[in-house]
Write a new protein. Structure first.
Length: 480
């Protein structure tokens, strides 16, 4: 179904309070006219999903009062957004956020906002082989809440081979990693349960947890790793119901948790009675990590009343269009998840599962190809950034899909808004935080081809030079 509409006018699905909008705006003023800077920041918030479409924005007068600006400034900003297609306003109904329709002649963009690699070479042959036996596929049940037996066995066998003994009964196949996160959250959480999440982190994960009723508590992680003392102190003091973490090539920082920290975290969670939701969708995106890590759950006690639930998927390692993920958990948790699942969906498509089973039969070879691709992308992007933007903090990453780049100034939203006007879409740092922080960082993926990486970095360099920032040369004296 499309978005709900009354005849000729949009219907808001939700309202955005003025305090929420002011928080999202952050330090929105730039060298542009105030109304243009405000419009640019709201446009960015809509573009990257921090303001959802069909959300009613605060009235112009109320927002002007909250910002300490004239109503004319906000009226002009809203007017610019309407003209660009980002707002639709109807008398008596307020202003509703939209995404503009992009016609067939729209200028192609360089997408630095999504860390999505191309399909891994070799996948096409697997798909052709599986779909060549259509009569056999059509004889299989179309509704499947648990997962194809062959696929579940191959997922379980891979965990066992990596040092975590697993049976097929501990596996539920899902519609990708995001679906797995949401399904676990809906199953294990009750309204207002506390949940610890890393900050920064994968934004759709904390959104799914919040939708399930979780109250988010954050613990910091950087490209250098976790503040483990802070993490453990929260578990000990708050005894939250759940903690969500990405221990391998963390999104977006790229950090990987040392084995000793995994052991400490698993032990602290057990003592606090905190379930661990461990996102390992990036765990096998290794480029040149010096040490090999067991799956996180291998560090947890074999018999414990506190669950460690692991999420995996093929979306990042193989192809984002192969919507196959899984949950690994103790059998009692699996039973609860399967009972809860029909309220949201009736199972995973059988063709996708058959393709996934064939993928796992030759997974190591496909991962080697993916690793080689990522190495080229990482090395290319690192060289470009260090050459064109030497003042930025470029981390050394040894896996994953992106790098968490330090700007040295709280300008990531301003940079993202200005880059969007030049055809480069990139996610500002605050998108990855639960509290509007991280304005000093942007996530830059290395999944694009070399030409797009070069063109995108050149735009970022030019836009960065145009921004007003402490210590920068005056715009009139900067080289063209």
């Amino acid at each position: 179904m499309g978005a709900p509409r009354a005849i000729g006018r949009p219907v808001a699905r939700s309202n955005l309070g003025v305090k929420q909008l002011v928080t999202l705006l952050g330090e929105w003023e730039s060298g542009d006219a105030a109304y243009a800077a405000l419009a640019a920041r709201i446009r960015l918030l809509i573009d990257d999903g921090r303001i959802a479409t069909y959300t009613r924005l605060p009235a112009e007068r109320i927002l002007a009062d909250a910002l300490g600006r004239s109503r004319t400034t906000v009226v002009s900003a809203y007017g610019a957004l309407r003209e660009a297609g980002y707002l639709v306003s109807v008398r008596g109904s307020g202003s509703v956020a939209m995404l503009p329709r992009r016609g067939p002649g729209a200028v192609a963009e360089i997408d630095f906002a999504h860390a999505v690699p191309e399909p891994v070479p070799g996948l096409e042959a697997i798909i052709e082989r599986v779909t060549g036996n259509v009569p056999d596929l059509l004889r299989r049940p179309g509704l499947d809440l648990v997962g194809d037996p062959l696929l579940r066995r191959r997922i379980a066998d891979r965990y066992t081979d990596r040092g975590l003994p697993t049976t097929p009964a501990q596996i539920v196949v899902t519609l990708g990693g995001q679906h797995a996160i949401a399904l676990v959250a809906r199953t294990l959480l009750r309204r207002a349960d506390r949940v610890v999440v890393e900050t920064p982190t994968y934004p759709h994960a904390y959104e799914a947890i919040a939708e399930a009723g979780g109250r988010l508590v954050s613990t910091p992680v950087t490209a250098a790793g976790w503040d483990m003392d802070h993490f453990l102190e929260i578990l000990n003091r708050m005894r939250p119901e759940m903690a969500y973490c990405i221990p391998d090539f963390q999104n977006p920082t790229g950090a990987s948790m040392p084995s000793a920290h995994r052991e400490r975290l698993a032990d602290a969670a057990r003592r606090a009675g905190t379930a661990l939701l461990v996102d390992e969708t990036t765990a096998e995106l290794d480029i040149d990590r010096r040490t090999d890590h067991f799956p996180f759950a291998a560090h947890a006690p074999v018999r414990s009343s506190v669950p460690v639930v692991t999420i995996g998927s093929l979306g990042k390692t193989v192809w984002s269009g192969l919507r196959v993920g899984w949950i690994r958990a103790d059998e009692d948790i699996v039973d609860r998840i399967v009972r809860r699942r029909p309220a949201g969906d009736l199972g995973s498509p059988i063709i996708d599962q058959q393709i996934a089973a064939e993928v796992l039969a030759g997974y190591d070879d496909l991962l080697a190809v993916r690793s080689a691709q990522l190495r080229i992308g990482r090395d290319t992007l690192t060289g470009l950034l260090r050459n064109h933007l030497p003042e930025w903090e470029i981390p050394d990453v040894n896996g994953g899909l992106a790098m968490w780049v330090g700007l040295g100034a709280p300008l990531s939203s301003a940079l993202a808004a200005a880059a969007l006007n030049r055809g480069v879409r990139i996610s500002a740092g605050p998108k990855f935080g639960v509290d509007g922080a991280h304005e000093r960082y942007i996530r830059v993926p290395f999944t694009e081809d070399a030409d797009d990486l070069a063109a995108g970095v050149e735009v970022l360099r030019d836009v960065w030079a145009s921004l007003d920032r402490p210590g920068a040369p005056d715009a009139l004296t900067r080289p063209a």
